[in-house]
Design a protein around this ligand. Structure first.
Ligand code: ADP
Length: 627
């Protein structure tokens, strides 16, 4: 037996472990089970290359909770350790970086960032245990079992132990204040969180299953107890995409999100080994338009060990709306968020994933455009958000981002420009793209545009304002105009002037009469010689004003809903409509006002602006006229 002092150059590391890792106490279980997995994998490698003659046998790792004894035990049948190895790996090496650790923690007070860095994984057990024992027997032939005991201070005891079988038992004597970890449900929850996809089977207690035996008359069901294996050692992302079918991906999706009943739209299987290691499967979820966008759905793994499900700052924001798993050996375990975000490997991975997502979308678009179009509605928010927030993605998205017109046909942006450029180029050479935000609400304006042979896009996403700005910025002389932002003749002005039925003098006379009949603060009156087929009164909202208002409501690239219409409108009076002349001819001022009022009310009605009392009175008046 030997006793000694753990090689700590700093005074005492234990108070630091206990104090600074407070919020993450639960990771001790991940650390111990990961070590058990490593020890198992190492043994497999050694036997494969002929450096160990051990019989592998059943390699299941077992986690046990003994509430009476207040212990948690993690047992593996891996390589095990001799006394010398425990001395080397646990007593000395683990703390080799301790001095640096303390230096760093002083500067940053970021204990979590450092613990993984200096291989303190095993020592995280002292966050929850007042005493830890290692009982281990090496795989090497003729090895003696070893027994290490440490009570949360730099003194340890190392002696010969009693253990028949190869492998390691780590026994944690849980301290009083951490006794919640002695609840079976708690440990099950943690195993499910951190160990669900570890590559070696992990047993936690037993479960009852019903087995069918015999056939026909003899058939009966028997209940029996079997090991409860909590993990799937071969999750889909570790397999080759060639060996997986659509059903397998969908089944994996439900394995990840047991509470989700819908299948994802499509998946992206990531599989890279150069210049860094990266595997994973990302899913495009079906986004419900009015549902809270779900973040924290992608899970980050390192070698099948769960790291985090908060990828904010680790992958571009728009990708946090995807679901799935990312796994990379190059991701540091046990480090803080700020450290992860600044890590070089993590940054490269983020850029790479963005590229892969774009490639996949491009591939889907090319392979089956109809199918891609049918899914567009569900994916567009994510794609549009990506286009607005990631320049690289925006570049790539030009090939597959779709624009739908009110006739429900889809175009890429280039295809669309080609389609409308002949008819919709105005006299100054601007290509004007007309759009509507709501097919029903803006129907009369859409109908007028279509009468002229123009096409109207449907742009109804919460990001429309930002998107238009971006598209206009990218292309020479391309301008977006919502169909109801002016009369159609004004939206796409052409060379040929409309002859005016009213003289300048008549127009000047009419304008103040109309101004006198409407609310001044709300309406700016515009006299225009439009097509006589155009309505006499049209209420419009200038494009610029509406866009500013909308964008201020969604914030800089934010995801909130559309704003309301602003309270300022243009009242366009078509001086070529017979009604204009009729107003002038009306001798009686009262009759003039009544005519204008009714005209404006009709214009309001067609813009869905007539509500409340004015609407009630309007309807009543019309009925009276009928009767
Ligand atoms: P890390 O796992 O980051 O190296 P740890 O402090 O968790 O740091 O473990 C230190 C070392 O102790 C490991 O590298 C390994 O050599 C040894 N070790 C820990 N747990 C086991 C185990 N269950 N079986 C065999 N060796 C182990």
């Amino acid at each position: 037996m030997s006793t000694g002092t753990i090689n700590v150059t700093a005074d005492n590391i234990f108070p630091i472990i206990k104090k600074f890792l407070y919020s993450d106490h639960e990771i001790f279980l991940r650390e111990l089970v990961s070590n058990a997995v490593d020890a198992t994998q190492k043994l497999k490698t050694l036997t494969r290359i002929g450096e160990s003659s051990a019989e592998l046998g059943d390699l299941t790792i077992e986690v046990k909770v003994d509430k009476k004894k207040k212990t948690i035990t993690v047992s593996d049948r891996g390589i095990g350790m001799t006394q010398e190895e425990i001395d080397k790996y646990i007593n000395q090496l683990a703390f080799s970086g301790a001095e640096e650790f303390v230096q760093k923690y002083k500067e940053k007070a970021d204990g979590a960032a450092i613990i993984g860095h200096f291989g303190l994984g095993f020592y995280s057990s002292f966050m929850v245990a007042e005493k830890v024992e290692i009982i281990s027997k090496s795989h090497a032939e003729g090895s003696e079992a070893a027994h290490w005991v440490c009570e949360g201070n730099p003194e340890f005891e190392l002696k010969a132990g009693k253990k028949e079988d190869r492998g390691t038992d780590i026994v944690l004597h849980i301290s009083e204040e951490e006794k919640s970890f002695l609840e079976e449900a708690k440990i099950r929850e943690l195993l499910n969180k951190y160990c669900k996809f570890l590559p070696v089977p992990i047993k936690f207690g037993e479960k009852e299953i019903t087995e069918k035996t015999g056939e026909g008359e003899e058939a009966k069901e028997v209940k029996k107890k079997v090991d409860d294996i909590i993990n799937n050692p071969e999750p889909a992302w570790t397999k080759s995409p060639n060996n997986l079918k659509e059903e397998d991906y969908n089944a994996f999706y439900r394995e990840l999100y047991p509470m989700t009943f819908e299948d994802p739209l499509f998946h992206i299987h990531l599989n890279v080994d150069y210049p860094f290691d990266l595997t994973g499967i990302l899913f495009f979820p079906r986004l419900k338009p009015n549902m809270e966008l779900q973040r924290n759905k992608i899970q980050l793994y390192q070698n099948q060990v769960f790291v985090t499900d908060n990828l904010e700052g680790i992958v571009p924001d728009f990708l946090t709306l995807l679901h799935g798993v990312i796994d990379s050996k190059d991701i540091p375990l046990n480090v803080s968020r700020s450290y992860l975000q600044s890590d070089g490997a993590v940054k490269k991975i983020s850029g790479h994933i963005t590229k892969k997502v774009a490639d996949k979308l491009d591939e889907l678009f090319k392979k089956d455009r109809k199918d891609f179009e049918s899914k567009w509605k569900d994916v567009k928010v994510i794609i549009e958000y990506g286009m607005l927030s990631e320049e690289k993605f925006n570049e790539r998205a030009k090939k597959f981002a779709l624009y739908q017109n009110v006739q429900e046909a889809f175009f890429t942006f280039d295809e669309y420009l080609e389609k409308v450029k002949d008819l919709q180029t105005d006299k100054d050479g601007n290509l004007v793209l007309l759009y509507a935000a709501n097919k029903d609400a803006q129907h009369s304006f859409i109908a007028r545009a279509e009468d002229k042979g123009y096409d109207v896009l449907l742009m109804d996403s919460p990001l429309t304002g930002h998107l238009l700005q971006r598209l206009e910025g990218g292309e020479q002389k391309v301008k977006f105009a919502r169909v109801d932002s002016d009369s159609i003749e004004k939206l796409i002005p052409k060379e040929e002037e409309q002859p005016s039925l009213l003289s300048e003098e008549q127009k000047e006379k009419l304008k103040p009469i109309i101004e006198g009949a409407v609310q001044k603060e709300k309406y700016t009156v515009q006299m225009e010689a439009l097509d006589s087929a155009e309505n006499p009164f049209i209420i419009t909202v200038p494009e610029f004003m509406r866009r500013m208002k909308e964008m201020s409501m969604t914030g800089g690239g934010g995801m909130m809903g559309m704003g309301e219409l602003p309270e300022m409108y243009n009242l366009v009076v078509n001086t070529n409509h017979p009604l204009a002349a009729k107003v002038l001819e009306e001798g009686d001022e009262k009759a003039q006002q009544a005519l204008i009022k009714e005209g404006v009310e009709l214009a309001m009605l067609s813009q869905n602006l007539l509500h409340g009392k004015p609407l009630t009175e309007f309807v009543k008046k019309q009925f009276e006229r009928m009767g």
